[in-house]
Design a protein around this ligand. Structure first.
Ligand SMILES: [Zn+2]
Length: 156
């Protein structure tokens, strides 16, 4: 509903299906421009005590920073915090998006907070660790049998 709309909405990650909230607003809207104009007017009157063309500069700077802030907030919110999947990057290059998810995975494995999260990547990490553990146990058993056969060589 104009002039106020919902700031965030619920979305699902396309990669890990995790439920999360993302910012809806991608660019500044008319409400922001009107507020910036009001702020500029108040600032101009307070600083110069009369309408001043330099107020236009303040207005432009304010709008530019607002646009950068709103866009960066939206862009950062799009990236999934559970798996690091970036749908915008995926549209441009699926390989780069895949690489980003694997980098995220490698970084987060060292992070204790990640282990307390509900990330679907944890299942994968637990499976990898279980496989490594089994491989290690297998190797230990193989080494023991080898050393015991060396200690007690069977006479022909
Ligand atoms: Zn995800």
């Amino acid at each position: 509903m104009w002039p106020f709309s919902r700031l965030r909405s619920v979305r699902f990650c396309a990669f890990c299906k995790a439920k999360r909230q993302v910012y809806n607003k991608k660019h500044v809207n008319l409400t922001n421009v009107v507020c910036a104009a009001a702020f500029t007017l108040a600032f101009t009157y307070a600083y110069f005590a009369e309408p001043d063309p330099r107020g236009l500069m303040v207005f432009c700077v304010f709008i530019i920073f607002s646009e950068i802030f709103v866009y960066m907030r939206w862009r950062n919110g799009v990236v999934c915090s559970m798996c690091g999947f970036d749908p915008i990057l995926y549209k441009k290059s699926p390989q780069k998006a895949s690489l980003r998810v694997s980098e995220f995975f490698k970084e987060q494995v060292e992070n204790p907070e990640f282990w307390l999260s509900r990330s679907p990547l944890l299942k994968l990490q637990k499976r990898i660790r279980l496989q490594e553990k089994k491989a290690l146990e297998h190797q230990i058993i193989a080494n023991r049998t080898k050393s015991s056969s060396l200690a007690h060589p069977k006479s022909p």
